[in-house]
Design a binder for this molecule. Structure first.
Ligand SMILES: *[C@@H]1O[C@H](CO)[C@@H](O)[C@H](O)[C@H]1NC(C)=O
Ligand SMILES: *[C@@H]1O[C@H](CO)[C@@H](O)[C@H](O)[C@H]1NC(C)=O
Ligand SMILES: *[C@@H]1O[C@H](CO)[C@@H](O)[C@H](O)[C@H]1NC(C)=O
Ligand SMILES: *[C@@H]1O[C@H](CO)[C@@H](O)[C@H](O)[C@H]1NC(C)=O
Length: 308
C-alpha cells in the first residue's frame, strides 16, 4: 500500500524558497561588509577576533562606531556609567576636590598608558580600534609638549599613518618622521595672544576633519581652552570638530577656592553635556592635590540618556 503522499504545492514551495534565499543572501552580504570593515588591520598588528554584526548594532550606534559588544554588555555598561555619573557632581566643601569628584564612568578593555613613565604619560583607549578603522587620515594634536615627544613616538609606532601636530609655547623640534612642530600659546584665542582650538584647525585647514586624539597639558590654560571650545554658538556648534579622545592634565592651582571648585565642576559638566565620558583618572604625585590626568571618550548622545 502506498504511504499517504504529502500534498505539495510546487509553485508555493518555490516562492517561499526564493524569498527565504533572498533574505539569507541579504543578511550574509550585510554582515560580510561590516565584518570586513571591522576585521581589517594594518600589517604588523594583531587583528582582533571577528565580530558578528548582528550582535553589536546597539553599541555601535550608541558609541558612534567605537564599541562592538553584545546588547546585554552594553546595557550593563550604561548602568555602570549612570550609577557613577550621579555621584560625580557632589558640590560640597570637603577638602581635596578630586577625592570626592569626577571618577571614571566607563572602561576600555585594552586601555594602555603610552609615552614616558610618570609625569607626561597618557592613558589611551583601545588604540587597536583606530587601526581597525583603516582610516588614512588619523589626526592627532598634542598641545604642550615641552620638548618631550615620547607620546608622539608611541602614537606613531601604533598608528604609522597618523598625522601628528605638536604645539608648545616654547620652541622645539619634532623627531624626524614623527610629528610636525608649531610654536603657539594655547588658550581661548582671546587673551594674551593665545590660540583656541578653532584658531588652530582653521589655520591648518583641518576644520572639516575629525581629531582622533587631542592631548592637552598646558599648565592651567586647559580651562579656557575647553570653555571656549564648548561655548561656540549654535551655528558654529553644528560643524564643530569631532574629537574622539581627549587626554588632558588638569591644574587646579595651589589654593583651591570656591571659585576654582565651581569652575572645575562646570568644566566637567561641559564635557558630559558634550557627550564625553571619563575613562581614566590618575593622580599626578608631583602635586597630588591639584594635578590630575583625565582621559575622556566621545560617545553618542544616546549613551548619556538616563534610563527610565
Ligand atoms: C584600507 O582601505 C583601502 C581603501 O580605502 C583599501 O584599499 C585597503 O586594502 C584597506 N586596507 C586593509 C588592510 O584592509
Ligand atoms: C581665534 O578664536 C577665537 C575663539 O575661538 C576667536 O574669538 C578669534 O577671533 C580667533 N582669532 C583668529 C585670528 O581667528
Ligand atoms: C596674561 O599674561 C599676564 C602677563 O604674563 C599675566 O599676568 C596674566 O595673568 C595673563 N592672563 C591670563 C588670563 O592668563
Ligand atoms: C553639577 O552641579 C552644578 C552645580 O550644582 C550644576 O550646575 C550642573 O548642572 C551639574 N552637572 C551635572 C552634569 O549634573
Amino acid at each position: 500500500m502506498d504511504a499517504p503522499s504529502r500534498t505539495t504545492h510546487p509553485s508555493l514551495d518555490g516562492k517561499i524558497f526564493r524569498i527565504v534565499s533572498f533574505i539569507v543572501i541579504v543578511i550574509i552580504l550585510y554582515c560580510s561588509t561590516i565584518y570586513y570593515k571591522r576585521s581589517t588591520a594594518i600589517p604588523g598588528h594583531l587583528s582582533s577576533s571577528p565580530i558578528k554584526c548582528d550582535q553589536c548594532r546597539l553599541s555601535m550606534i550608541e558609541s558612534d562606531g567605537w564599541f562592538c559588544e553584545s546588547d546585554s554588555n552594553w546595557q550593563r555598561r550604561k548602568l555602570v556609567h549612570h550609577a557613577q555619573d550621579r555621584r560625580n557632581n557632589v558640590t560640597d566643601s570637603r577638602f581635596l576636590f578630586f577625592q570626592n569628584n569626577w571618577e571614571s564612568t566607563i572602561h576600555c578593555e585594552f586601555e594602555q598608558r603610552i609615552g614616558r613613565t610618570g609625569d607626561g604619560g597618557k592613558w589611551v583607549c583601545d588604540i587597536h580600534r583606530f587601526q581597525q578603522m583603516n582610516e588614512t587620515n588619523i589626526l592627532v594634536y598634542s598641545f604642550g609638549s615641552n620638548g618631550d615627544f615620547s607620546f608622539e613616538r608611541a602614537i606613531k609606532e601604533s598608528l604609522p599613518q597618523a598625522e601628528i601636530h605638536t604645539f608648545d609655547k616654547g620652541f622645539f623640534q619634532c623627531p624626524d618622521n614623527v610629528c610636525l612642530f608649531h610654536q603657539a600659546y594655547l588658550g581661548n584665542g582671546k587673551i594674551n595672544n593665545t590660540k583656541s582650538l578653532e584658531n588652530i584647525t582653521q589655520e591648518f585647514g583641518h576644520s572639516k576633519r575629525d581629531i582622533h586624539i587631542l592631548k592637552v597639558d598646558i599648565e592651567g590654560n586647559e580651562f579656557s581652552l575647553f570653555e571656549e571650545l564648548f561655548s561656540l554658538s549654535a551655528s558654529r556648534r553644528k560643524n564643530r570638530l569631532y574629537i574622539r579622545q581627549i587626554l588632558f592634565e588638569i591644574h587646579l592651582g595651589n589654593d583651591l577656592n570656591e571659585q576654582t571648585s565651581r569652575r572645575t565642576h562646570r568644566l566637567f559638566s561641559l564635557f558630559r553635556a558634550n557627550n564625553y565620558a571619563i575613562f581614566h583618572k590618575e593622580v599626578n604625585l608631583d602635586n597630588p592635590q591639584n594635578v590630575f590626568e583625565y582621559a575622556l571618550l566621545r560617545l553618542n548622545a544616546a549613551f548619556f540618556v538616563t534610563p527610565s
